[in-house]
Every structure is written in C-alpha cells, then in structure tokens.
Design a protein around this ligand. Structure first.
Ligand code: DC
Length: 216
C-alpha cells in the first residue's frame, strides 16, 4: 500500500455501507470515518439549541465546531437526528466546512475508509477504490424493522418505507453533491446479499486493484 490509501463508500441510508466500512477498515487496517455522523452532529447541535434546521449561519457555526475525534454515535444515531441531518446537508456552505475536515481525515496515513453520500464524487474523487452500496428500499426498510424489533422496539413497515423513500429523494435530489454513484464506482447491490457476502465481494474488488498495482 502507498502512504495513504482511500476507500470511498457511498450509498443510500440502510444499504449496509456502515457495517461494510467497519469490516473493511479493520481488515485493511485503515482509519474509519462515517461522514453521516458529521452531518448528524450539526443537526444535533441545532436541535439541542432549539434552533430551526434552516438557520444556515447557526448550522455553519455548528459545522466549524465539529470535532471528528468526538463524534458520539450513541447520541447521534437517533432516527430523528438522521432525518434532520438530511435537511442540514442541503446547504453548500455547511457541506464545504465538513468536506474540508473529511478530506483532512482521508489524507492522514495510512489512509481511510470513508462512507457517506458524496465520498467518491466530491470528498475523495481520487480514492483508490470507490464502492456504491445499494439495496432496494423494501429490503432496507425490512432490515431497519428487524433492527428495531431485535432491541425490543416496535415499528410499522410502511412508515419506515415511506421514511426511507423520503430520505432517498432528499439525498438524491439536492442540488449540491447529490447521492449518485461516481462514474468509476463498483456497484454492490446488497438486496439479496448478507453482509458477509458483501464484505467478500468488496474484498475481491479491492484485492484485485491492489494486485494490479503491485504488478505495475
Ligand atoms: O448516513 P447517515 O444516515 O448517517 O446520514 C445522515 C444524513 O446526512 C443523510 O441523510 C444525508 C447526509 N449526508 C450527506 O449529505 N453526505 C454524506 N457524505 C453523509 C451524510
């Protein structure tokens, strides 16, 4: 591996990219950044101060204060925070502040796995590997429901599905850095694939790139 190696993973909410990113970071001994947490941190700060999510200058201030070393997944993983994050993520100035921090993280040796919506297209367009991980909205809703039920919660499948579709629409439809596969991304559809199979498929893609590079 060169001094920094970057794996960019993009895809919609609930496609399994977070788990995949963690597995790959462990396997290839790379740093890991879930960039969704950075947008969640901004949304969470606004919610904490009872500020409206369209207060762009407050969102910019919150974005400047985001410390990548202090992102608290337990606090930020709440469903409402994800929904709010998708709303603050439409503002270009907020994105620019967070993207700069994400790029600095990616440049730190030995490199990193970053997952999000615009990693392969905007944050790390020169990433060594780009993966676009997706799954049908129905499968993603089913997984979310199973996750909620596994911790003793209850939820309605149709409501989860509607939520997921609304989030997709916002993330794919925004003007700045919409969610879409980079032209050179490898597509991984996990609709009918367990996470282990997705991990093996991703590893095959990455090992192939590494082998070709070592031969060159
Ligand atoms: O991956 P997640 O659910 O934690 O992301 C929450 C929201 O943050 C997502 O709906 C859109 C936004 N986001 C983004 O715009 N760009 C990223 N690179 C990561 C997340």
């Amino acid at each position: 591996m060169t001094s920094t190696f970057t794996i960019a993973i993009d895809g919609p909410a609930g496609a399994g990219k977070g788990t995949l990113a963690r597995r790959l970071a462990d396997h290839y001994r790379l740093n890991l950044l879930d960039t969704g947490l950075t947008y969640r941190a901004v949304a969470h700060a606004l919610i904490q101060h009872a500020l409206p999510l369209d207060n762009v200058s407050a969102a910019e201030t919150a974005a400047r204060q985001v410390d990548l070393a202090k992102l608290d997944r337990a606090v930020l993983s709440a469903h409402a925070v994800g929904e709010a994050a998708s709303k603050v993520a439409v503002y270009p100035t907020v994105r620019r502040i967070l993207v700069e921090k994400q790029r600095d993280f990616a440049k730190t040796p030995p490199g990193a796995v970053l997952d999000g919506r615009d990693i392969g297209t905007v944050v790390c367009p020169d990433a060594d590997i780009k993966l676009y991980v997706t799954a049908s909205a129905e499968v993603r809703a089913q997984r979310r429901l199973a996750e909620i039920e596994s911790i003793g919660g209850t939820a309605n499948f149709n409501e989860i599905l509607a939520d997921i579709m609304r989030r997709d629409e916002r993330d794919m439809g925004r003007a700045d850095s919409p969610l879409k596969p980079a032209a050179d991304a490898h597509l991984l559809d996990t609709s009918e694939m367990a996470i282990e199979a997705a991990f093996l498929a991703a590893m095959a893609i990455i090992d192939d790139v590494l082998a070709k590079r070592n031969k060159a």
